[in-house]
Design a protein around this ligand. Structure first.
Ligand code: SF4
Ligand code: SF4
Length: 213
């Protein structure tokens, strides 16, 4: 005689309880929402809501927002159309068409440089891959599009002058302001070590003095 196994051999439809059929478990979730709603209503001024766009959160200067194509002092793009950024891009959202540069010192330049902002995942790999520091990111996250075509940031959009505002820079290979802070910190640490040594030498000298007396 065959024994019945530990697992059911047939798939049976799930049987909903009366409570589930009345959707009552949803009330638990609604209660959480209501609790937060009432608490925030009574604690005005202590809420975590930021009334954007009138108020804005201060993001880190490493924030990865809208890209910037940087320029040389003569105003030309630093980009040499090497395609490293496009190759590194996991979303495959960078489209470059290279052309021969009239200046013989610059081999190539991008005739077309487009980034599809709706496909971009703002990972910053393009910035990491670029050997020329030709692409960096800004703090700008105001990106709203009314149709698909507007989401394509062209070469002109990517080198708009507003993005050169120092306070709005985001992810980039170098942070000169941070380097100055780190140098000051390192200097301060060396001073602390020197101070500790000096005090140690002073107290050892004092002990020898009192032992001799
Ligand atoms: S941030 Fe990432 S996803 Fe966006 S363009 Fe650069 S590499 Fe591609
Ligand atoms: S942005 Fe940098 S990595 Fe991308 S094509 Fe230009 S030079 Fe190469």
């Amino acid at each position: 005689m065959s024994q019945r196994g530990p697992h059911p051999a047939a798939v049976e439809p799930y049987r909903y309880t009366l409570v589930e059929r009345l959707y009552l478990p949803l009330l638990t979730g609604l209660m959480v929402t209501m609790r937060h709603f009432v608490r925030n209503l009574l604690r005005r001024g202590k809420t975590y809501t930021i009334e954007y766009p009138e108020k804005r959160r201060q993001y880190s200067h490493r924030y990865r927002g809208h890209h910037i194509l940087t320029t040389r002092p003569d105003g030309g793009l630093r980009c040499v159309a090497c395609f490293l950024c496009a190759t590194a891009c996991p979303a495959e959202c960078i489209h470059i068409e290279a052309g021969e540069h009239p200046d013989v010192n610059v081999e190539k330049y991008p005739i077309v440089y487009d980034i599809d902002m709706l496909r971009c995942v703002f990972c910053g790999y393009c910035v990491d891959a670029c050997p020329e520091e030709a692409i960096i990111m800004s703090n700008n996250h105001d990106m709203a599009f009314f149709d698909r075509a507007q989401s394509i940031a062209t070469k002109d959009d990517l080198q708009k002058p507003y993005t050169y505002d120092e306070s709005r820079l985001g992810y980039r290979p170098r942070y000169p302001e941070e380097e100055a802070q780190h140098a000051a910190l390192r200097h301060g640490l060396v001073d602390l070590v020197e101070e500790a040594r000096r005090r140690g030498a002073q107290s050892a000298g004092g002990e020898r003095h009192s032992a001799a007396g």
